[in-house]
Write a protein that binds this ligand. Structure first.
Ligand SMILES: C[C@](O)(C(=O)O)[C@H](CC(=O)O)C(=O)O
Ligand SMILES: [Mg+2]
Length: 298
């Protein structure tokens, strides 16, 4: 019997095979199938995305473990790509974090990132973030690592410290988080390209480093080549497709209301046959036809 790789092992393999590994946000199961067919190697479920898209809420620690798990399960059922999941602050103390990690593994996630903000967290690119002590974050990481039922499941520590404490302190925290057992570092809200290089130099060559290239935030839209040159291994595009989908939907809703039909916007739509291609619709139909034909012959 051939043993297949766990989602965590697939993620680690993608990380070694891609320099850097681009990780695109997929807001739902269908988006994940598109990202996969287009050729991406890894996908992301954004905490902000779950709050905004699935619940119509802001990214302010309002959604829970179960809210996020529901979307994780839908995505991992539809796509074989390794999924990185935003677990915010882990949703509680050591036992909660431990349960979060185990449930994420059961739901088919490959990796998570957990941040050092206080539990009443904010978006990483907004002002007035508050962070916990290095020691408290190390405890969170130890709880997560200790809970893992698959040694390949990837646990990334995110530090939001740069904005509040400056570069040297953020780097020191990153080192302490790795010492506590984190598999990689998510440097949040970085404002200068050379700051990634500083993280890289301090962490040494082997610690995977993630750059969050979210739009309309603190970080410029650096190219993956620029990021690879300063030692970044993973580039995250958490909400890019979601933002574009929202603008497209806004245009369609407005046009239907103002024009009385969809003619002006129909060219901006994915066609029925394109939709079906991503879903493998015809494969399902053929199967059904075959099944009915067999029944008729009986
Ligand atoms: C990555 C992030 O945590 C997310 O939830 O997607 C957000 C993204 C954003 O709000 O642009 C963050 O950076 O805090
Ligand atoms: Mg988030």
């Amino acid at each position: 019997m051939s043993r297949s790789l766990s989602p965590g092992a697939i993620f680690r393999k993608a990380l070694t095979e891609n320099n850097p590994l681009q990780i695109v946000g997929t807001i739902n199961a269908y988006s994940a199938t598109m990202a996969q067919k287009i050729g991406h190697q890894a996908i992301y479920l954004s905490g902000a995305g779950v709050a905004n898209a699935s619940y119509g809420l802001p990214d302010l620690a309002i959604t829970s473990l179960n809210d996020v798990l529901e979307d994780v399960r839908r995505i991992t059922a539809a796509s074989q790509l390794p999924l990185l999941v935003d677990i915010d602050t882990g949703w509680g103390g050591a036992f909660n974090i431990s349960r979060t990690v185990q449930e994420m593994i059961k739901a088919g996630a490959a990796a998570v990132h957990m941040e050092d903000q206080v539990s009443q967290k904010r978006c990483g690119h907004r002002p007035n973030k508050e962070i916990v002590s290095t020691q408290e974050m190390q405890d969170r990481i130890r709880a997560a690592v200790d809970a893992r039922t698959d040694p390949d499941f990837f646990i990334m520590a995110r530090t939001d410290a740069l904005a509040q404490e400056g570069l040297a302190a953020a780097i020191e925290r990153a080192k302490q988080y790795i010492a506590a057992g984190a598999d990689g570092i998510f440097a949040e809200a970085v404002t200068q390209l050379d700051q990634y290089q500083a993280f890289r130099d301090a962490l040494g060559p082997d610690v995977p480093l993630l750059a969050n290239i979210t739009e309309f935030g603190q970080t410029e839209l650096f190219n993956k080549k620029q990021l690879a040159d300063v030692g970044v291994d993973m580039v995250l595009y958490p909400l890019s497709a979601f933002r574009a989908m929202n603008r497209a939907a806004e245009n369609v809703y407005s046009s239907i209301l103002s024009e009385g039909d969809q003619k002006q916007v129909v060219d901006s739509m994915q066609t029925r046959s394109e939709l079906y291609d991503y879903l493998g619709y015809h494969h399902y139909e053929d199967k059904l036809d075959k099944l009915f034909a067999e029944q008729k012959q009986k």
